[in-house]
Design a protein around this ligand. Sequence first.
Ligand SMILES: [Zn+2]
Length: 91
Amino acid sequence: MKIPKQLNTFCPKCKSHTRHSVSLYKAGKRRTLALGELRHAMENRGYGGSKKPIQKRLAKVTKKAALKLKCEKCGYTLSRKGIRLKKADIV
Ligand SMILES: [Zn+2]
């Protein structure tokens, strides 16, 4: 699906419709020292393999693409609900 680079939408901070620049949401970098991350590493150590099975057949074919909209007037960023797309093209 083609998504425009800029679009006009409501900004809750400006309380009016303003121009927004569009980008795709990407998950942040995992913190290696987070407790869950450390625990997972500990459980996977040594003899016995991984704690949870690796999923091989997934039900869904696509991934959700969430849009990040940044107001060009005040800089406030809002995110749109993710939609299932095979390919998201920002043009
Ligand atoms: Zn704004």
